[in-house]
Write a protein that binds this ligand. Structure first.
Ligand code: AMP
Length: 175
């Protein structure tokens, strides 16, 4: 039966990647399996189907893979959030803290219109820093966040706490 436990069997745990101490949740087996990929996209779509979504924002790079089919199925446009220097037009930039140092995310300044309802999709929510910066970019452009959807949530890292007040859906959780 297709449920969260079944979906988990299509996620591969890689110890010490990309650095020692990190367990990387590798979604490539899920993406390569037609039933698991379809279940993931459909479950994210179903979670937000009742509400207005004008745009789906996907976060570079693995977020793009799920956000694009979710956008297509919701009848919404797709807008990329990217690492610095990748987007060719005028951008808004948001800086966010990493464990050591800072990183930046960018979105085209005209990617969202004021008042648009925006769904954020990424593969994994860990500390929530990426999602938080993405929400800030969306709101700076005058759009509103309809919700955030993730295939995987790493609950011990408490990403949700950085995103109080937003509607967050994750399909699979790990401590
Ligand atoms: P964070 O900003 O800490 O919530 O990290 C989220 C981003 O980092 C997502 O875009 C994920 O793709 C990636 N990420 C963080 N931790 C992991 C992990 N353990 N396994 C796979 N991807 C991860």
């Amino acid at each position: 039966m297709a449920d969260a436990e079944w979906l988990k069997r299509h996620i591969r745990d890689i110890a010490d990647f990309p650095t020692p101490g990190i367990v990387f949740r590798d979604l490539t087996p899920l993406l390569g399996n037609v039933e698991a990929m379809r279940f993931t996209v459909d479950a994210l779509v179903d979670a937000f189907a009742g509400r207005r979504v004008d745009k789906v924002v996907g976060v570079e790079a693995r977020g793009f893979i799920l956000a694009a089919p979710v956008a297509y199925r919701l009848g919404a446009g797709f807008v990329p959030v990217r690492k610095p220097g990748k987007l060719p037009w005028r951008t808004e930039t948001e800086e966010y803290a990493l464990e050591y140092g800072v990183d930046r995310l960018e979105m085209h300044s005209d990617g969202l219109g004021a008042g648009e309802a925006v769904l954020v999709i990424d593969d994994v929510i860990a500390t929530g820093g990426t999602a938080r910066a993405t929400v800030q970019l969306i709101e700076r452009l005058g759009a509103t966040v309809a919700g955030l959807g993730f295939a995987v949530e790493l609950t011990l890292l408490a990403g949700r706490e950085k995103l109080g007040g937003y509607d967050i859906v994750s399909l699979v959780t790990y401590e």
